[in-house]
Design a binder for this molecule. Structure first.
Ligand code: BGC
Length: 754
């Protein structure tokens, strides 16, 4: 009796350890959690700046945010870090001598320009490895929003104007990253196509345009890669904030597409906190006391049901059990940065686009003497600004890239720039030192003495000029400040062109940009134009390899290059501000009076062009406005297509085409498959991309056969009257082409509805 008493006293005194989270006991853990713990899990770790990089001092230093730990139940803290050009964390840590640099890969628009999904998957594998080995859990990438307008400040973080190309690239990237056992966050869901007033701008868009363009990219990525998470966007979609949009999150994303993962807000997105959870958005990121209190209060007063809360908690726990943090992975803190640098170069090699090459001025024998102009040649831009920036250890500029390839550089020009750039560095440092992350980086001014231009046109064989643009999150680009050449750039190009051309010598322009700039007014002054994008940390090497022909350019445009901004289908419905004050609008109309509907393109944006985005518009309604078509990419060789076959399969067709390299040097081609629908009930673009394939490197004369699968489902259009996809009967043309304007081979396919 006494013994039993002692035993029960002992048991009462020993704290019983609560069940610990396991993959197979999530319902039990949910049942053990208090309301406070559940809300703590859904409302993320607090934002607190660490060295100004990222938002969080918690988790991996410099990461964007965290999911809170609940130690009592064995729930670890999970680290969420940006994306999408690589892992974004702090390169240094207090009290630690080591550095934590990550690889700055080519920006997304350049990766899309490769049209090579295998290569993108490989890049994803390397990025994901850095996520794993630096101790993070989820990379907040890729960004898949459509390039609706060339001035969107974040286009470099996104892939294309076409939903198929965007969706396929995103799926490849996600599959690559997640092969490491770390997560991704497909963002920004949805219609985040402008930065100005991004927290309160209402995207007003037809359901057809959403389904076929702005959601299609997400749909493809979700179905082909099941990302661990999706991030909702800041903006409103047809009157409802995306973060609180139950139709988007529950009906479309989870219901129709079968998304199985967790959803989170963009950083500070959404207004009605319980409304976010009620919409099925599982995580509010980052956390703050007021957001936590608002959700908890709603749970306590019953305005947020415990059922809705538990559904979100369950999905977050399902995410957590997959993470390296939960599995107790010990990161090495030492990913193979050398191997990743080589991969960065390989990816950039395939994304460079040869836009113009009059009289085959390129490739250039490196023995020719080159006068290297443009401040950008000496300070190459690897990527854009904002959360998509990566803290890389170095950037190879064009000067070094050319020197490594043995180019014979005119030393009068390089020594002028070396001195000048040192002076400019001091001036820029002063301006950039207190720069807010959303303000453009001050770049060196383009000033060159006329005598140097004149003398180098005597002493050199050719001039190279780099034109650079850097911009990013929080601000759209302005026409005069970014889209057009600056007066100094124009002046320099004019003078170079006059001096070199008068002596029968050539001028090559290298575009080191994150988005398109206007070309029509000046392209005649250049004999060749190489679109080198923002090629990541090894950039100068890849551009040099393309210039000398060590690598034959095989990038193709993921968007149309129009003749001028006003020709863009969305030009009349996109904000344009000419001063740098524009960035203020990014935070404009926040919480006080956060939603108004009175200023066009600020409070709301009409997507008046509907489905006619990019080449769908230009090829159907304004062919003359095209300067370079979507899908275009020059090469030092050329390709011929033949033997096109379209064979039926269970779900659609397999298209095969034979591609032959008919030139004198090896090269890779991108076969694009467009489909033209017959006239029917619904208005349709004159053609739409339905598949693509990149060939292997083909030697001169070599052939290969490429196959592209097309599903019949993908030929349907969205019929708003019936609220359903409609595949109309009739004869469809399947077009194999090297860009959106031309046709190399064509076959007819009859579709009958039974
Ligand atoms: C951006 C997201 C990013 C997040 C975390 C936001 O401002 O829109 O793309 O993932 O910050 O840094």
């Amino acid at each position: 009796m006494i013994q039993t008493l002692i035993l029960s006293m002992l048991l009462a005194a020993t704290p019983v350890k609560a069940a610990q989270l396991r993959e197979d006991n999530i319902p039990e853990i949910v049942s053990l959690m208090t309301d406070e713990e559940k809300v703590k899990l859904l409302v993320g770790g607090k934002a607190k700046s660490y060295n100004g990089i990222g938002n969080s001092a918690l988790g991996v230093p410099g990461c964007a945010g965290t999911i809170n730990s609940i130690e009592r139940l064995g729930i670890p803290r999970v680290t969420l870090a940006d994306g999408p050009a690589g892992l974004r964390i702090s390169p240094t840590r207090e009290g630690d001598e080591r550095t934590f640099y990550c690889t700055g890969f080519p920006v997304a628009v350049m990766l899309a320009s490769t049209w090579n999904t295998e290569l993108i998957e490989e890049v994803g594998q390397a990025m994901g490895n850095e996520v794993l080995e630096y101790g993070a859990d989820v990379l907040l990438a890729p960004g898949v929003n459509i390039h609706r307008n060339p001035l969107c400040g974040r286009n470099f973080e996104y892939y294309s104007e076409d939903p198929l190309l965007s969706g396929k690239m995103a799926a490849a990237m996600i599959n690559g990253i997640e092969s490491n056992g770390v997560g991704t966050s497909l963002k920004h869901f949805a219609l985040n196509n402008q930065e100005l007033n991004r927290l309160a701008n209402d995207a007003r868009v037809s359901e057809r345009a959403m389904r076929e363009i702005y959601l299609k990219n997400f749909e493809i990525a979700v179905k082909e890669s099941q990302p661990w998470t999706v991030m909702t966007s800041y903006n409103y979609v047809n009157g409802v904030p995306a973060a609180e949009n139950r139709w988007l999150i529950m009906d479309v994303l989870r219901g129709e597409w079968g998304f199985e993962g967790a959803v989170m807000t963009d950083w500070g997105g959404g207004y009605d906190n319980p409304g976010i959870i009620r919409a099925g958005n599982d995580m509010i990121q980052p956390g703050s006391d007021w957001r936590y209190e608002a959700v908890l209060k709603a749970v306590k007063d019953g305005s947020l049901s415990r059922e809705a809360l538990d559904e979100c908690v369950t999905r977050v726990l399902e995410l957590i059990v997959k993470t390296p943090a939960f599995k107790g992975y010990k990161p090495s803190e030492a990913p193979d940065l050398k191997a990743h640098a080589a991969l960065c170069e390989k990816a950039a090699d395939e994304g460079i686009i040869l836009l113009k090459n009059k009289k085959n001025v390129l490739p250039l024998n490196p023995e020719k003497k080159v006068a290297l102009f443009g401040t950008g040649s000496y300070d190459f831009i690897a990527g854009g600004t904002g959360s998509g920036d990566v803290n890389k250890a170095y950037v190879v500029n064009l000067l070094d890239g050319l020197s490594d390839r043995g180019f014979n550089l005119d030393s009068t020009v390089t020594s002028f720039y070396t001195r000048y750039m040192a002076d400019e560095a001091l001036r820029r440092e002063e301006i950039n030192k207190d720069r807010k992350w959303y303000v453009d980086v001050e770049r060196a001014l383009e000033v060159v003495p006329d005598e140097l231009i004149e003398s180098s046109s005597e002493s050199s064989d050719i001039a190279f000029l780099t034109i650079g643009r850097i911009f990013g999150e929080g601000k759209d680009r302005s026409i005069s400040g970014s889209y057009l050449l600056s007066p100094q750039e124009k002046d320099l190009l004019d003078k170079l062109s006059a001096a070199f051309h008068s002596k029968g010598k050539k001028v090559v322009v290298i575009l080191n940009v994150g988005g398109l700039i206007e070309l029509l007014s000046w392209q005649d002054k250049a004999d060749a134009i190489l679109l080198g994008w923002q090629p990541g940390q090894e950039g100068g090497r890849s551009v040099a390899a393309a210039l000398c022909g060590a690598v034959n350019p095989s990038g193709h445009l993921p968007m149309t290059v129009s003749r001028c901004y006003d020709d863009e289908p969305s030009a009349g419905n996109f904000p344009q501000f000419v001063t740098d004050k524009a960035f203020n609008y990014s935070f404009f109309r926040r919480f006080k009076d956060h939603k108004r509907n009175d200023v066009k393109d600020v409070d709301y944006t009409e997507y008046e062009e509907g489905i006619y985005v990019g080449y769908r518009y230009f090829c159907t309604k304004a062919r003359k406005a095209i300067l370079y078509p979507f899908g275009f990419g020059g090469s030092y060789t050329s390709f011929a297509y033949s033997k096109m076959k379209v064979e039926p399969t269970e779900s659609g067709w397999t298209v095969t085409v034979e591609v032959r390299n008919k030139g004198k040097v090896p090269g890779k081609d991108v076969v694009q498959l467009y489909v033209k629908a017959p006239r029917g009930k619904l208005d349709k673009p004159s053609r739409e991309l339905k598949g693509f394939a990149k060939t292997p490197l083909l030697a001169p004369g070599e052939k290969c056969s490429v196959s592209i699968d097309v599903s019949s489902e993908s030929l349907a259009s969205y019929d708003e009257n019936a609220s359903a996809w409609l595949l109309e009967e009739g004869r469809y043309s399947f077009i194999a082409a090297q860009d959106a304007l031309h046709s190399d081979c064509r076959r007819r396919v009859r579709i009958r509805n039974n």
